[in-house]
Design a protein around this ligand. Structure first.
Ligand code: SF4
Length: 316
């Protein structure tokens, strides 16, 4: 097995240090929606979002289903412990049919962390969908807590293009709030947005380096079926989608300017083949990670190795 631990700060190593075990995430579902879909902030959603078209996730897991999944990860990957992961929609934002939303969240989260083998909880949400009320509930669980927050970009024009419905300032305020609870924050960002430049990626790295985030998930822009971006794509109005090598190049700029104590949770996104329109190079995950690290090796890219410098137009 390839070992890339000298190139980036890997989440698997981070969890091993924190928990002393080989830890995997386990997906849990709830009855959630998103303020950018339900009309509170917007009703169209982010340009790449296809969640509105998905079937409602009604099948809250059964205990035996969770056990089966745990056993599968133990046998296949040698998992020794698990983090309960909530990532549907904005996972701090229950759907409108939920009567007492805080009570619902409390029971849902508490039930998830009560399973033997669960050592923490990770909740993915928007910066404008998390307040002290949800954080107090998570604190009361008395377990390791991580909050994943969508930032996507610090370019306000691109935030507008996405239709995110929040600002960079709101992201920074949410990170401050989460940090005041001593929870870890993981930022989500996207490479390949229309107004992105090499200098802009460098600025993004500097922004992340100076924030209180502890982790980062990096995704390429994808065109998914049933998203607004699919419609733009069909009308010939979508932004250019990055080739694999161009994505690697931009990823290299970001990673090489990112300080080493930011844990990298993801270097690329994947989507079920049935939902993916572009880019097709990410349709087959097998080998993609190896190709990224091959590119890093050939171009002498390591996390943080160019943290104080930036030269536009040159290879990172
Ligand atoms: S914040 Fe997430 S769930 Fe909400 S519209 Fe954007 S991508 Fe969809």
């Amino acid at each position: 097995m390839n070992d890339y631990s000298d190139m980036i700060t890997r989440v698997s190593d981070h969890w091993k240090r924190v928990f002393g075990k080989k830890v995997y995430k386990l997906n849990f579902h709830g009855d959630f929606t998103c303020p950018n879909l339900d009309g509170t902030i917007g009703s169209e959603g982010c340009v790449y979002c296809n969640m509105k078209a998905l079937e409602p996730l009604k099948d809250i897991e059964t205990d035996s289903g969770i056990e089966d999944h745990m056993n599968y990860l133990k046998e296949r990957n040698g998992a020794e412990a698990f983090i309960a992961y909530f990532q549907d929609y904005s996972s701090t934002y229950p759907a409108h049919g939920v009567k007492n939303r805080l009570k619902y969240l409390k029971e849902l989260y508490r039930n998830a962390v009560s399973h033997p083998g669960i050592v923490g909880i990770s909740v993915s949400t928007r910066p404008d969908a998390i307040t002290k009320a949800e954080l107090d509930i998570l604190k009361s669980l008395d377990t390791d807590v991580t909050i994943e927050l969508g930032l996507q970009t610090i370019n306000e024009e691109d935030l507008e293009w996405i239709g995110r419905g929040h600002t960079v300032k709101q992201f920074s305020s949410a990170v401050e709030l989460v940090s005041s609870y001593r929870f870890e924050t993981v930022a989500h960002i996207i490479l390949g947005l229309p107004n992105e430049t090499d200098a802009g990626i460098f600025e993004l790295a500097q922004f992340l380096n100076s924030s209180k985030i502890r982790g980062l998930k990096i995704h390429q822009l994808m065109i998914l079926k049933n998203s607004r971006l699919e419609k733009l794509y069909k009308e010939g109005k979508a932004t250019e989608i990055l080739s694999e090598i161009e994505y690697f190049r931009r990823l290299g700029i970001l990673v090489s300017h990112l300080k080493k104590d930011i844990v990298i949770h993801r270097l690329y996104a994947d989507a079920p083949k049935k939902d993916l329109i572009e880019p097709l190079w990410c349709a087959n995950k097998t080998g993609l990670q190896d190709r990224i690290f091959k590119y890093f090796k050939e171009n002498k890219i390591k996390q943080g190795y160019r943290i104080y410098s930036f030269s536009s137009g040159k290879q990172p």
